[in-house]
Design a protein around this ligand. Structure first.
Ligand SMILES: *[C@@H]1O[C@H](CO)[C@@H](O)[C@H](O)[C@H]1NC(C)=O
Length: 239
């Protein structure tokens, strides 16, 4: 195992292994046309080809600043990363599960993949259904470049900036991600009636998009919130 860093920027500082992994919804990040500087445009979904070839990658960062060696911490006698891997193997939508930096791993592999699922190594409780769910969500939205999952936000987490909130449109497309509470009630309090959404630390990407994603220049909202995925939403063109 290659001790590597995160392949694609992880959105939240979510290591919420204690959270109940009840999927409340799946979100697809819409980026119909992502401008690539001046020279190229990415027309994803234009080919009309169903993105059937899927790989799951667990990027493990051994030299974590917060917790060195964290992926190898034992949980009930097995390293955390192995637990995560075993759960991921149970997902039926994945052809393969590997543990390397996404882009590097993709280049090394002989087979080509359409979709890569980025499974955080410190999420040993990830439900295989969540993995399958985000793959299906991306496959069902040919105009989307990434998909992710949300669950219900507990009221205690409402004002925690490390818990990333998400709002989506009626079709399940992400409108915005924020460290602040969204939507925000007029009363300036948490509305106990409202089903707030917490963003989970798992994403699946179109592999063509993933190649250019790290190189996309930063955008103002991304920098302000320190949420990588916002640079996709900020460039979004709606067709
Ligand atoms: C705000 O929250 C309260 C409950 O705290 C709810 O009754 C109300 O409908 C919500 N929305 C507005 C616009 O006040």
């Amino acid at each position: 195992m290659d001790p590597t860093s995160f392949c694609a920027p992880s959105s939240s500082g979510s290591s919420s292994s204690t959270k109940a992994w009840i999927v409340h919804g799946l979100v697809v990040g819409a980026a119909v046309v992502v401008a690539l500087g001046a020279h190229a445009y990415l027309y994803l979904g234009r080919s009309g080809k169903f993105r059937s070839r899927v790989i799951g990658i667990i990027p493990a960062r051994f030299a974590s600043s917060r917790f060195p060696g964290k992926p190898l911490v034992q949980i009930l006698g097995k390293p955390m990363i192995q637990r995560t891997w075993e759960r991921a193997k149970m997902a039926t939508k994945l052809d393969q599960v590997g543990t390397e930096r996404c882009n590097e791993a993709l280049q090394k592999l002989e087979k080509k993949y359409d979709v890569v699922v980025n499974i955080q190594g410190d999420e040993p409780l990830i439900e295989p259904e969540v993995i399958d769910g985000i793959v299906k969500a991306l496959q069902a939205a040919p105009d989307a470049v990434f998909s992710t999952a949300v669950t219900s936000l507990t009221p205690e987490d409402a004002f925690d900036p490390n818990r990333v909130k998400c709002v989506m449109d009626t079709h399940g497309y992400a409108i915005y991600f924020s460290r602040g509470l969204i939507p925000y009630n007029k009363s300036a309090k948490v509305n106990p009636e409202y089903p707030y959404m917490l963003h989970l630390g798992i994403q699946s990407y179109d592999t063509k998009f993933l190649k250019i994603y790290p190189e996309l220049p930063s955008t103002p909202l991304q920098l302000e919130e320190d949420l990588e995925q916002l640079k996709v939403l900020e460039r979004m063109a709606i067709r």
